[in-house]
Design a protein around this ligand. Structure first.
Ligand SMILES: Cc1cc2nc3c(=O)[nH]c(=O)nc-3n(C[C@H](O)[C@H](O)[C@H](O)COP(=O)(O)OP(=O)(O)OC[C@H]3O[C@@H](n4cnc5c(N)ncnc54)[C@H](O)[C@@H]3O)c2cc1C
Length: 182
């Protein structure tokens, strides 16, 4: 594990995972335990590139290969080893787990390289990585995480940015303020 959060994607086979994010949600009945958790760690596309010619979704299922399944299992077990350090005994509480890789995200979201959060933006050179909601094609506008920010809140803001191109920012702000006042 690594405390330097900005460089934990610079891992090697030996050092992976340098970080992970763990999410859980409570049960609807309000009890204190969770039934499932999600654990995410960085994975470079290059690690799965050898299976890039496969495609697998629930709607269009196909086996990527036994080798790919073994790769995923080895990764999952290594990730669980890391989680065990923080939550000893967690492995014994697991009935089943599912794994996904950049290929999963690629196939479902149609990103080129399985990126979770869209294109990489460069804060040192923002204009180079700016995608405008307005395009050169008449009546074609863009929205979503590549416009502004990733995440549920980010894409909601992107939607506002795109709408502002259509009807103007002051008009949108007025509508939001009016709705809040109601
Ligand atoms: C595993 C994971 C966990 C996440 N967790 C969180 C979280 O906890 N909180 C949070 O705020 N954000 C989270 N995010 C990020 C968040 O989901 C995204 O930032 C957000 O969904 C991006 O919205 P979007 O509308 O830009 O794109 P998407 O939600 O990806 O929607 C794009 C849609 O376009 C479709 N599409 C692509 N190409 C084509 C095509 N050629 N023809 C037709 N359809 C096409 C795709 O199938 C997809 O349905 C998570 C993302 C992932 C992958």
């Amino acid at each position: 594990m690594n405390d330097a959060v900005w460089s934990t994607m610079d891992y090697t086979d030996t050092t992976w995972p340098l970080s992970y994010a763990l999410f859980y949600s409570g049960l609807p009945d309000g009890s204190e335990y969770a039934e499932g958790i999600t654990v995410m760690a960085y994975m470079k596309y290059s690690e799965v590139e050898k299976w890039k010619d496969s495609f697998n979704t629930v709607g269009k299922p196909s086996e990527r290969s036994q080798q790919y399944d073994e790769f995923k299992k080895a990764k999952a077990e290594k990730l669980l080893d890391a989680v065990e350090i923080k939550f000893p005994g967690i492995r014994d509480c697991i009935l089943n787990y599912y794994t996904s890789t950049p290929l999963t995200f690629r196939d479902y979201m149609r990103t080129d390289d399985g990126s979770v959060y869209g294109i990489t933006k460069d804060y040192k050179d923002p204009l180079r990585t700016l995608i405008s909601p307005r395009t050169k094609i008449n009546n074609l506008f863009l929205t979503g995480q590549n416009i502004n920010l990733h995440g549920i809140l980010g894409v909601s803001i992107s939607a506002l940015v795109t709408c502002s191109v259509l009807i103007g920012l002051p008009e949108i702000i007025k509508k939001i303020n009016d709705a809040q006042a109601e």
